[in-house]
Design a protein around this ligand. Structure first.
Ligand code: GDP
Length: 444
């Protein structure tokens, strides 16, 4: 009773404690305080920490991925051209430190190698999906650590995926549709028509419309440049209508008029990379680097990573609410999971014990059966042995009898022989005597 009364009064007292943000009032300041420098502080801190940006280039070998990256960042990134003989799709990742004014950028360029080169392209998207997930997983693991060093952590999550479409002028290949569909919930996809100098102006207009309608009808979500920020809403809105950008890449500088310009020279003329009448390269650079780089980073964290994190934690059994929609804290989830785990462990232990007992019983029965069989075999052998022994004894007895009878017969025969030899001896003597007396007597 006392405890109940106490808990009641405690709850009442909680009701009077104001939570942060509740009943917040606006008060005027009498003079300058200085917290209006916070945005500058933030900028300074970010600049001193540096930035990182990760681009994934997906597209068939030879579509101009490396050339476009060199053109976009106005440098020559090293890297050997890929062959068309890869057994499967791989991803090649390179990180570079770039500096512009006082801003440092750690740029990672990940490129597909061997994409579209296999006869069976069914699983071509898998290595790409796995790579993106692996970067999310690495970040999640860092976040879940007890001692986190996120500020020093090299964030390798992909911020933008440039999807290179071949300038066929027809429709999207099924490989492109499947891959983009698999990627759209994991990364900001910016589709681009590569090597667009290979397609005529009228064909290009039709091709863009066709691609857009195919993406919509297949439910592929591509990255939309944000229009919620007033300062960029107009330009972003206009640029969204230009997607997919038709680009040309070249690091070759040609003299056009008085200026050196990036261009590709053909026997019939020159195509200028940075001429908006020739291609959308400038639009792409503007949107990707100069206007929306931060939004791409932000979307990656707040949308794609958040989705990955949520699914992963739910998969692990973590939830924000219990089945009755009441808030469920991490601690409670942990306890529930621990109890569930211990329960399962006990169940498993019991099952194993039962199995062990059952196995012992089975083994015992098996041994008993074997013992019984051995006894039976022993008895059988013993009887067989006895019968054999008896037979041998009988045989011995009959042989002994035979030997005795033989001995008796032998003795009798010997006796008879000696008697007859004695009788034969006395007759010969008598005959010899008669011969002496009468030499003419014939004895034979
Ligand atoms: P990757 O395999 O996708 O990285 O392709 P590369 O950047 O190595 O380019 C392959 C070939 O295409 C090279 O000879 C490039 O000069 C050429 N190339 C690159 N971009 C363009 C382009 O916009 N138009 C044309 N016509 N050729 C290009």
């Amino acid at each position: 009773m006392e405890a109940e009364a106490n808990s009641g009064s405690l709850e009442d007292s909680w009701a009077f404690i104001q939570r942060p943000g509740e009943g917040c009032r606006t008060v005027p300041l009498a003079g300058h305080v200085g917290f209006d420098s916070l945005p500058d502080q933030l900028v300074n801190k970010s600049v001193s920490q540096g930035f990182c940006f990760n681009i994934l280039c997906v597209g068939e070998t030879g579509l101009g991925k490396s050339t476009l990256m060199d053109t976009l960042f106005n440098t020559k990134f090293e890297g050997e051209p890929a062959t068309h003989t890869q057994p499967g799709v791989q991803l090649r990742s390179n990180t570079y430190d770039l500096q512009e004014s006082n801003v440092g950028l750690k740029l990672t360029i990940v490129s597909t190698v061997g994409f579209g080169d296999q006869i069976n392209k069914e699983d071509s998207y898998k290595p790409i999906v796995e790579f993106i997930d692996a970067q999310f997983e690495a970040y999640l693991q860092e976040e879940l650590k007890i001692r986190r060093v996120l500020h020093a952590y090299h964030d390798s999550r992909i911020h933008a995926c440039l999807y290179f479409i071949a300038p066929t002028g027809h429709s999207l290949k099924s490989l492109d549709l499947v891959t983009m569909k698999k990627l759209d919930s994991k990364v900001n996809i910016i589709p681009i028509i590569a090597k667009s100098d290979a397609i005529s102006k009228s064909e290009l207009t039709k091709f863009k419309i066709k691609i857009t309608s195919e993406l919509v009808s297949n439910g592929v979500q591509i990255y939309q440049f944000p229009t919620d920020d007033e300062s960029v809403a107009e330009i972003n809105g206009t640029m969204n209508a230009h997607l997919p950008f038709a680009v040309i890449g070249s690091t070759e500088e040609l003299k056009i008029g008085n200026k050196m310009m990036k261009a590709r020279q053909y026997p019939w003329g020159t195509v200028q990379v940075e001429n908006e009448a020739h291609c959308d390269f400038v639009k792409l650079r503007e949107m990707l680097i100069r206007v929306n780089m931060e939004d791409l980073r932000e979307q990656t964290h707040s949308r794609h990573y958040e989705l990955y994190r949520r699914c992963k934690l739910e998969e692990m059994g973590f939830q924000d609410t219990d089945p009755d929609s009441k808030p469920f804290s991490l601690q409670e989830t942990y306890e529930a999971k621990r109890n569930e785990f211990l329960g399962e462990l006990q169940k498993k232990e019991e099952e194993m014990r039962q199995m062990f007992v059952q196995r012992v019983k089975e083994k015992e029965a098996e041994l008993k059966e074997a013992e019984k069989e051995l006894h039976e075999k022993f008895d059988r052998l013993k009887k067989l042995h006895q019968d054999e022994k008896k037979k041998l004894e009988d045989k011995k007895k009959s042989l002994d009898d035979e030997v005795n009878a033989f001995k008796q017969r032998k003795t009798a025969a010997e006796l008879l022989q000696s008697q007859s030899s004695q009788a034969g001896g006395s007759q010969t003597l008598k005959r010899d005597k008669e011969k002496k007396n009468n030499p003419w007597l014939c004895t034979e």
